[in-house]
Design a protein around this ligand. Structure first.
Ligand code: DGJ
Length: 737
């Protein structure tokens, strides 16, 4: 940009005029948001509906949209109302696509048609008020855009200003639309010990639903979607993606509509939903984040990762613009070593061995409380078991501190075993339908956290635990899904509010604990990755992606996980070999390098380790500490995917100023003598020189040890012939000279 003598600014031909965001065009009745490389535009059409106009690459400030024109009807079968991509459509007026809002009124009316009423410009977006054409149902739509990533945050508040109660049967956070085209849908599916499978399929006419009806996020699907134009591709093609910030039952519907455009609607799961709004009451939906990337799924995940780091996760270091999540301490967790057989002497002995490895945090898992010997008893009784810890937790905590580590503890606050003092005293505190069976899973029932007395109990015991003990970290577990979700304190018509109030109370407990005990960090675990979403990640510093710690399975799981979530939150423990789940034998080096792609932990029974194994772990933990910020907060490139039985896989991360990069390479099993394919790196500064150093020094490259970024990206890294075999791993760092 050049400043002329007259003080005006000249623009060269290649420069784009950037719009001030947000902008409202009063003549055309259009709203426009710009952020990062993204523009999002919608407007009020002549009928008064809020209609989507554009979502994609950033437009110039001079680009102008005329007033939104509704889509025509398609013969007498598809009305203009249903064909028009609305930002938030009420169910009524002949809508055959997924509605954003469906309401039953006190008089039996179920028709709802939302029209624009007013709006307010906010710092980064708009608050837009819609109103039903006949009744006093108001919906305020919140829009804001992140200026760096172009990620939009959308949510809705539904307000009843009628004189009678209404029942909300379906409430989305937002609806998105993508123009007609050939698309691939990407989403994540799984099961316990098999989470994070990237599922990819062409989008066909009709609806594809991904959801949880289980009361919590679930292992079986994760609240994220990515729609890619054309076939799936890591580096090319437009991608529209979104993630719901909600840890209760959720649903995302992706439908190719009758005129071939694609609509995505997501929010509370309407299954078994029914939220009664009395006059004057309102319901706020979760936030549905949405983003756009012009260059494939890889770019889409990098945008999301940086957004999570900058705007979602708890910030523990820095202030203002430099505030960031703290790279996770390298932890030791006792679960796979001692299960519930935890004792003061046993844990102290383990802690001594652990400290010698250079570990930062010692976490004692399940088994320390109540009458907890097996999973049949104890949940709910959050007092220290004095048989196992005769003097309370203090001696162990002191010992851990004296060894230079901080101390973390396992809890499962929302659950109760019928064999517990808590359940004997308060059998009415669990989710249940009176007189019906109470289905146990892992011998436990779910406390109804929506109840004020249960909320008070859960907050109370956690506050006491954290006040009386020097605890740096809680691993917050949740080991079953809901059944019989009754809340018999409320009148029958209102009981389904449990789907909202339970999760809201969970968040409010976490928020209150964070205020009272600001230094305490948190892991969200639900028998592995059953509660990972952008809602819980406002409070949780990390998550436990899976109980499956097999290092080979983890490669695919970690690959899937990173489509949505940053490696910063991806805890990965090194455990014993042969692995308990697959009976697979792998070297400690392979296990370490698999785990070092995320936030590293050790969960093995290290009491049984040889001196040589301990030395290997110590060396690699020290190497990890040196490059950890690059791995967990840098730009991630999935160079070769381990999916679909791939013989090879590789990942690379580059830090933000491109001064360091870390590369991991894995061989599943060499076939026909093939050596590792030449690996072209990404994201480096082409003009800079980078020195390559092995992190794990056994397999060696044949390329020079110092070369330009251009060399590493164009010529690539060649591995020597000795890098062959089954379950082989190598890792390198590149440092700018
Ligand atoms: C399930 C978790 O995923 C495990 O890591 C462990 O904490 C057990 N629960 C303890 O019961």
């Amino acid at each position: 940009m050049l400043k002329t003598f007259s003080g005006f600014v000249l623009l060269t031909a290649s420069m784009t005029i950037m719009a001030q965001t947000p902008t409202f065009d009063n003549d055309a009745k259009t709203f426009r948001l710009d952020g990062g490389d993204v523009s999002y535009v919608f407007g009020v059409n002549p009928r008064g509906e809020l209609q989507q106009l554009y979502w994609g690459g950033r437009l110039a400030a001079t680009d102008h949209f005329p007033q939104a024109a509704p889509m025509p009807e398609w013969a007498s079968f598809d009305t203009s109302y249903t064909n028009t991509p609305q930002e938030y459509a009420g169910w009524g007026n002949g809508l055959y696509n997924e509605p954003s809002l469906k309401i039953t009124f006190a008089d039996g009316n179920r028709d709802l048609v939302l029209h624009y009423e007013s709006h307010k410009v906010t710092e980064r977006g708009f608050d837009i008020v819609l109103k039903d054409i006949k009744t006093a149902i108001f919906v305020t739509l919140h829009y804001s855009i992140d200026p760096d990533s172009g990620i939009l945050a959308r949510s809705a508040i539904i307000e009843n200003k009628e004189s009678q109660p209404v029942t909300i049967e379906q409430a989305a956070a937002a609806a998105w639309a993508v123009p007609p085209g050939h698309y691939t849908m990407n989403y994540l599916t799984g099961r316990w010990a098999g989470e994070w499978t990237l599922t990819q399929e062409p989008i066909h006419p009709g609806a594809r639903i991904i959801e949880s009806c289980r009361g919590s996020t679930g292992h079986q699907a994760n609240p994220w979607f990515a729609i890619q134009s054309g076939d799936p591709d890591e580096n090319h093609g437009e991608v529209w993606f979104g993630a719901l910030a909600w840890s209760g039952s959720w649903r995302i519907t992706v439908e190719q509509d009758q005129l071939d455009s694609v609509r995505i609607t997501g929010g509370f799961n309407p299954f078994d939903f029914g939220y009664v709004l009395k006059p004057g009451e309102s319901l706020e939906t979760p936030v549905f984040y949405g983003g756009y990337a012009a260059h494939g799924l890889g770019e889409a995940s990098r945008i999301l990762h940086h957004f999570e780091i900058a705007h979602v996760l708890p910030h523990r270091i820095g202030e203002g613009d430099t505030a960031a999540p703290k790279p996770r301490p390298v932890i030791y967790n006792s679960w796979e070593a001692t299960e519930m057989n935890v004792t003061e002497a046993g844990q102290e002995a383990l802690a001594e061995k652990v400290a010698a490895l250079g570990i930062d945090r010692f976490v004692m898992d399940d088994g320390w409380f109540g009458q907890r010997k097996t999973d049949h008893a104890g949940l709910g009784d959050w007092y220290v078991n004095t048989e196992k810890f005769p003097h309370g937790l203090k001696p162990l905590i002191d010992k851990v501190h004296s060894l230079g580590m901080d101390f973390g503890l396992w809890v499962e606050p929302e659950m109760v075993n019928p064999d517990s003092d808590l359940y004997r005293k308060h059998p009415d505190w669990v989710l249940n339908f009176p007189g019906r069976p109470r289905t146990e899973q892992r011998n436990q029932l779910v406390l109804n956290l929506a109840r004020p007395d249960v909320r008070a109990y859960v907050y109370g015991f956690l506050d006491k635990l954290l006040t009386e003990n020097d605890i740096a970290f809680l691993k917050w577990d949740y080991n079953r899904n809901w059944s019989e979700p009754g809340w018999d304190q409320l009148p029958p018509a209102e009981q389904k509010k449990v789907y909202v109030e339970f999760t809201r109370n969970l968040y409010s407990i976490l928020a209150e604990l964070k205020t009272k005990h600001p230094k305490v960090e948190l892991e969200s675990c639900s028998g592995g990755g059953g509660r990972v979403d952008l809602g819980i990640l406002q409070y949780a510093d990390e998550v436990w992606p899976s109980d499956n710690t097999d290092p080979f399975d983890r490669l695919t799981q970690q690959d899937g996980f990173t489509y949505v979530y940053t490696p910063q939150v991806m805890m990965a423990w090194v455990t014993d070999s042969p692995h308990w789940l697959n009976k697979r034998t792998t070297s400690l080096e392979y296990r370490m390098l698999s785990s070092m792609q995320g936030s590293l932990g050790i969960g093995a029974n290290i009491a049984k380790w040889s001196d040589e194994e301990a030395a290997t772990a110590k060396r690699l933990i020290a190497a990890y500490h040196q490059v950890q910020p690059t791995i967990v907060q840098g730009n991630l490139y999935r160079l070769i995917s381990p999916r679909n039985g791939s013989e090879f896989s590789a990942t690379q991360t580059v830090n933000r100023d491109k001064s360091q990069s870390v590369v991991f390479l894995f061989i599943h099993s060499t076939q026909e003598g093939r050596i590792f394919p030449r690996l072209k790196l990404q994201g480096l500064d082409p003009a800079a020189q980078y020195a390559l150093t092995p992190i794990e020094d056994k397999p060696s490259p044949t390329t020079p040890t110092t070369a330009s970024g251009a060399w590493w990206m164009n010529r690539g890294l060649d591995m020597s012939e000795d890098f062959r075999g089954d379950y082989q791993a190598a890792a390198f760092r590149l440092d700018r000279k």
